[in-house]
Design a protein around this ligand. Structure first.
Ligand SMILES: [Zn+2]
Length: 116
């Protein structure tokens, strides 16, 4: 894979991680402020994750994906599907730089996820 393209992706991913971490910290702050200090109501809501928490989980997930992608850049396996080892389509990497699967494997995974 083109080294120049990889370094472009790398700096893009690093920027994205910084951005996501800032958003995540903001959501974590919001969550902490919402914690009841001294009431027995704390358990009443715990079954429903609120929006800030869901968003934060999503960001944590995305950060993990990006960190994995950066790890693959370091080990030289970036751009290869982790399932079949084929090169991931470059247009796909431009759209989703931290994609772990080629389109074929991703479609299979999506089908399985939808219970097909
Ligand atoms: Zn694959």
């Amino acid at each position: 894979m083109d080294q120049k393209f990889i370094s472009q992706i790398q700096s893009k991913l690093e920027d994205k991680i910084t951005e996501l971490q800032a958003i995540k910290d903001r959501h974590s702050d919001q969550l902490q402020k919402k914690l009841p200090q001294d009431s027995g109501e704390a358990t009443a809501h715990h079954q429903n994750k609120d929006l800030a928490e869901l968003k934060r989980d999503h960001e944590v997930e995305e950060i993990e994906m990006i960190q994995k992608a950066l790890g693959r850049i370091e080990t030289g396996t970036f751009g290869q599907c982790i399932a079949c080892g084929e090169d991931i389509n470059i247009e796909r990497l431009k759209a989703i730089p931290y994609a772990e699967h080629c389109i074929e494997c991703q479609e299979k995974l999506d089908e399985e996820a939808h219970g097909g």
